[in-house]
Write a protein that binds this ligand. Structure first.
Ligand SMILES: [Zn+2]
Ligand SMILES: [Zn+2]
Length: 90
C-alpha cells in the first residue's frame, strides 16, 4: 500500500536527529547577552576566572574582565549604547 510506505518514510525522517532540540543557553557574565550553547562547537568556551562564569565571543568580553558595571565606570558609552540597542532597551 502506498499510504503505509509514505508513513514509514516520514517516520524515519523524524528520527534522524533525535537530539536536535537539546540545546542550552547561558548568559554572558560581562555583557549579559544570552548565548546558545552549540553542542557541535569544537572551540573551547570563553571563561572568566574572576567572575567564575562563561562569557560570549564578543571581543571585550573575552579580552578582559569587563562586566557591564565596569563599562559604565570606564565611560564606554558607545559600547553600552550598542548593547542596549541590541537588547531593545533604547
Ligand atoms: Zn559578552
Ligand atoms: Zn569577568
Amino acid at each position: 500500500m502506498k499510504k503505509a510506505e509514505g508513513y514509514l518514510y516520514s517516520n524515519e525522517n523524524l528520527n534522524l536527529n533525535p537530539k536536535q532540540d537539546e540545546f542550552r543557553t547561558f548568559t554572558c557574565t560581562h555583557c549579559q547577552r544570552v548565548v546558545v550553547m552549540n553542542s557541535m562547537r569544537e572551540r573551547p568556551r570563553n571563561y572568566c576566572v574572576k567572575c567564575d562564569a562563561y562569557t560570549c565571543d564578543y571581543g571585550p568580553c573575552i579580552q578582559d574582565c569587563t562586566p557591564v558595571v565596569q563599562m559604565i565606570m570606564w565611560g564606554q558609552g558607545n559600547l553600552l549604547e550598542q548593547l542596549a540597542t541590541e537588547r531593545g532597551l533604547i
